[in-house]
Design a protein around this ligand. Structure first.
Ligand code: HGY
Ligand code: MN
Ligand code: MN
Length: 409
């Protein structure tokens, strides 16, 4: 008998996707917005019917606890995130949360009581769109980003994460508080692959061996505003022209014959944004990824060098937002995923994650694993993100096996 209810799991994805629906089949539910709060409220309504105990930590990570036979033992954690990209899909992050909930509900229905408690974790602001950096909640949990720094992050309107989180906590009412940094026995996160490998290899389950490194930076170029009609080129300090030179040099820097380096400028703004004023300020973001720490270090130095060399007559400031080093998961945990997949009839494929996940920061704290399922065409961070319902169920069943094993230890 399958350990999970495939229909319920599918329907819950559909129900959550109605909160922040974009009208083109996607979802916009940015962290700490009213939509994010509504998504969490819906999850809390499902969790309360199961008798799960809800708590939030000071950065808003939400924990839903199912007690075990020995309630004082360190819990096993599973989870992911409910926030999305601005033009996001129904499954990135959501799947890890709903698969975890499905496992807990199935355990309740079958009378499975584990030795250790199991906690379903919803990490705050995994996507890092409204407030930077990406994986904010898990980075703060792990001490990689200071709480005060994260709470001080501001969105495009100048609202702080602290104020947005306070509004969410107030709206969610009676959720109890817990301190930052509580400990777990182990962590397992289910996620869609967000890339094309599993589909191409015709596999249903990926055993994730690790996550490539990620560094994010904010670049600010300061020049001087001037009249577009009267100011000769020789007298301009045009922040856009400096940015153009810098971006061209950066693209040469990251050229990589192997195609391994990932470099993205996903946000670029020129101010004051007037057609007839020379822009005095440009801000843009860099998202840089590579599996090799040495290469990340060299590219980081290259970014700094280019910004200082190419900015004149403007000035450049490079602010690191996130340093997420490459991580290899505990081999014994990866083997648990492989073994569970095989027991359920799925030959697993080892896979290194190109996307980052909250599991990256958990891996430094406790034995950690991830379970991937395919997504159609490898498409993600896109409204057309799609999965097969039977793959959602297959991944949840592997998760159930692994969680049950870990919670009996
Ligand atoms: O950026 C990432 O890799 C993740 O999707 N947040
Ligand atoms: Mn995700
Ligand atoms: Mn994502």
């Amino acid at each position: 008998m399958p350990l999970t209810n495939a229909q319920r799991l599918w329907e819950r994805h559909e129900a959550l996707a109605r909160i922040g629906a974009t009208g083109r089949g996607g979802v916009c539910r940015l962290a700490l917005t009213a939509e994010d709060t509504a998504g969490r409220a819906l999850l809390l309504s499902w969790a309360s019917r199961l008798g799960l105990i809800a708590e939030m930590d000071p950065i808003g990570n939400l924990f839903l606890r199912r007690i075990g036979r020995e309630p004082d033992t360190a819990p096993v954690w599973t989870g992911s995130h409910l926030d999305t990209q601005p033009t996001g899909g129904k499954y990135d992050g959501i799947y890890g949360v709903l698969a975890g909930l499905e496992v807990l509900e199935s355990f309740a229905e079958r009378g499975v009581v584990t030795r250790r408690p199991i906690e379903l974790v919803v990490w705050t602001d995994e996507e890092g769109v409204r407030f930077q950096p990406t994986t904010m909640g898990s980075a703060v949990h792990a001490g990689a980003v200071r709480l005060e720094e994260a709470l001080g992050a501001r969105d495009a309107d100048g609202v702080t994460a602290e104020d947005a989180l306070a509004a969410q906590m107030a709206a969610l009412g009676g959720v109890a508080r817990r301190r930052l940094g509580s400990a777990a026995h182990a962590y397992v996160e289910a996620h869609i692959e967000q890339g094309p490998v599993l589909e191409a290899e015709r596999r249903v389950i990926g055993a994730v061996t690790g996550i490539q490194g990620l560094r994010q930076f904010a670049i600010a170029l300061a020049g001087e505003e001037a009249h577009a009609g009267t100011t000769p080129a020789s007298r301009r300090k045009d922040a856009f022209v400096a940015a153009h030179r810098i971006v061209a040099a950066l693209h040469r820097l990251v050229e990589d014959a192997t195609g391994t380096t990932r470099f993205t400028i996903g946000r670029f703004q020129a101010a004051p944004g007037s057609p007839n004023t020379v822009p005095g300020r440009v801000e843009f973001t860099i998202d840089l990824r590579h599996p090799d720490l040495g290469r990340l270090e060299r590219l980081t130095q290259g970014i700094a060098d280019i910004c200082s060399r190419e900015a004149a007559p403007c000035t450049a400031a490079v602010t690191p937002l996130l340093d997420s080093t490459p991580v290899a998961f505990d081999p014994a945990m990866v083997e648990r995923v492989r073994a569970a997949a095989r027991r359920l009839g799925h030959e697993p494929l080892d896979i290194l994650s190109g996307a980052t996940h909250d599991a990256k920061f958990m891996a430094g704290l406790c034995p950690t694993a991830m379970i991937f399922i395919p997504c159609r065409g490898g498409v993600s961070h896109n409204e057309s993100e799609a999965v097969e319902p039977e793959h959602l169920a297959a991944g949840a069943e592997v998760l159930a096996e692994v969680l049950r094993e870990l919670a009996e230890e």
